[in-house]
Design a binder for this molecule. Structure first.
Ligand code: NAD
Length: 498
């Protein structure tokens, strides 16, 4: 059985833990590896190594730190397919989807390679007579990241490349459900020439996360995962005086105006709601039909029902299995609950079978109409291939509905009217808005800006905000006295004139 190693002080080490968690292939239930829950000694060793490495890494010139990222980007591209295959084996994602997961991470590494310009401070001459002020961006120290199962390449790559490019050292605690992808990412990072101790990987679950939350040497924590865990991490981390950013769950609405391009609406809604088995924090889970747009609901249901899940290398498969039998059961329970609550089940994805994979965690595409905001299927993040359709009379009603929802990760509007789009983008209380684009994930030179119950913290992931999150600003106010300038006979001037 493959045992997933820890990565401490530049070495892959076998954990001495007596607690190991099975990593399974969600399409087959085959146990493909075991991941350890790191011991106290191992966690202490990772922190000691990160603290020591920080003392030298922060002094490495910024252009050299950028070059590590350039080499890393090239290695990730070279091994893109191979990483995607590992990713598919432990998540069940289709090969194309797995490649997309890796690619979105590569883009963040490209952004991290721009670190010299991202770190530039500000200057003002003559803030008072003969006095100048200027600022530098300096690293914080040891930072840490705790990541979810659904993007095992992209989300670790949201975190450690930028933190390390800023001059910090980093401890990564990946999801215990798919640790093989992050392990491969770390092997390649080492090959890119990152010095020993700059990056550490600790595996495990709650106990290892609690260690990170309480360890005084760790200055900043980036978390991505569910709402309940995000709230816990934000509270405990900030109580321990750490800087914390916690990206959490979502319920993303797509508003469909009657003047929208119908064929675009249908194909985009289908892909954005059930793609990746709905296991995306930016998936569209609620479609809000305004006025006559509701007439398209039956056609969308027909198209959605045609979507087929399947194995990672099945070219006809639109998406893979859910991550675990528990996740599948949870989604199926929600479908049953939706029926009991009175929503109309137009497409039922329960009891889904995929030929050749009798044990996979399959849930077929599912669609409800007549969903109301008091229903549990509306209130909860289902995190499965389930689309809830609801109907309103006007754009104002749609805005009221979306803004009353506690989450604020992503939303989109489909319309041919610039005025409707402008009103929606301006008035909606959601951090990432798509106009005729269903999943508006910003590229890494912007930041990933979830709002409300989808994000706890101040500074967001990647873009310029992440650089601020992983650094301190030092502002210098300087005065030099003209009376101290040596004249032609003075010692300083003499040296310069030689
Ligand atoms: P999760 O919260 O179960 O796990 C995330 C991490 O927290 C893992 O590393 C896990 O080991 C750890 N963890 C789990 N339970 C813990 C506990 N009780 N105490 C301390 N640590 C704990 O999330 P998941 O199921 O892996 O991921 C799916 C969730 O992530 C969804 O809610 C999704 O919306 C969210 N997500 C959000 C974003 C975003 O940017 N907002 C992006 C991706 C995923």
């Amino acid at each position: 059985m493959k045992k997933v190693p820890l990565f401490i002080n530049g070495e892959f080490v076998q954990s001495k833990s007596d607690r190991w968690i099975d990593v399974t292939n969600p399409a087959t239930q085959e146990v493909i590896a075991q991941v350890p829950c790191a011991t106290q000694d191992e966690m202490d060793a990772a922190v000691a190594s990160a603290k020591k490495a920080f003392l030298t890494w922060k002094e490495v010139p910024v252009s050299e730190r950028a070059r590590v990222m350039m080499r890393y980007q090239a290695l990730l591209k070279e091994h893109h397919d191979e990483i995607a295959e590992i990713l598919a084996s432990e998540t069940g994602k289709t090969f194309d989807d797995a490649k997309g997961d890796v690619w979105r991470g590569i883009e963040v590494v490209e952004h991290a390679a721009n670190i010299p310009s991202l770190l530039m401070g500000e200057t003002v001459e003559n803030v008072a007579r003969g006095i100048d002020s200027y600022s530098y961006t300096q690293p914080l120290g040891v930072c840490a990241g705790i990541t979810p199962f659904n993007f095992p390449a992209m989300i670790p790559l949201w975190m450690f490349p930028l933190a390390i490019a800023c001059g910090n050292t980093f401890i990564l605690k990946p999801s215990e459900q798919d640790p093989l992808t992050p392990t491969r990412l770390v092997e390649l990072f080492e090959q890119a020439g990152a010095p020993k101790g700059v990056l550490q990987v600790l595996h495990g679950g709650k106990d290892q996360v609690d260690f990170i939350l309480d360890e005084p040497a760790i200055r900043a924590i980036s978390f991505v995962g569910s709402v309940a865990v995000g709230q816990y991490i934000y509270r405990r981390g900030t109580e321990n005086m750490k800087r914390v950013q916690a990206f959490a769950g979502a319920k993303n609405h797509c508003v469909i105006m009657p003047d929208a391009n119908k064929s675009q609406v249908i194909s985009n809604i289908v892909g954005a709601s059930v793609g990746a088995a709905g296991q995306r924090c930016m998936a569209i889970s609620v479609a809000v039909f305004v006025g006559a747009a509701k007439e398209w609901i039956p056609e969308i249901a027909v198209e959605l029902a045609k979507v087929k899940p399947g194995g990672w290398n099945d070219k006809d498969a639109a998406y893979g299995p859910l991550i675990s039998p528990q996740a599948k059961q949870r989604v199926e329970n929600f479908i049953t609950q939706g029926q009991n609550e009175g929503a109309e089940l137009l497409v039922d994805g329960r009891n889904c079978q995929v030929e050749g994979f009798p044990n996979g965690n399959w849930v077929g595409p599912t669609m409800f109409s007549k969903v109301t905001t008091d229903m549990e299927i509306y209130k909860n993040e289902i995190f499965g291939p389930v689309l809830c359709a609801t109907e309103v009379d006007t754009l104002d009603d749609a805005l009221k509905l979306v803004n009353a929802n506690p989450y604020g990760n992503g939303t989109s509007i489909f319309t041919a009217s610039g005025a409707a789009a402008r009103k929606y983008q301006h008035e909606v209380e959601v951090g990432q808005v798509g106009i005729n684009i269903p999943i508006p994930v910003p590229l890494p030179f912007f930041s990933f800006t979830g709002w409300k119950g989808s994000f706890f913290g101040d500074l967001h992931a990647y873009g310029k905000q992440a650089v601020r999150f992983y650094s301190e600003t030092k502002t210098i106010t300087a005065r030099w006295f003209e009376s101290d300038i040596a004249d032609a006979n003075g010692p300083n001037m003499t040296i310069h004139l030689k």
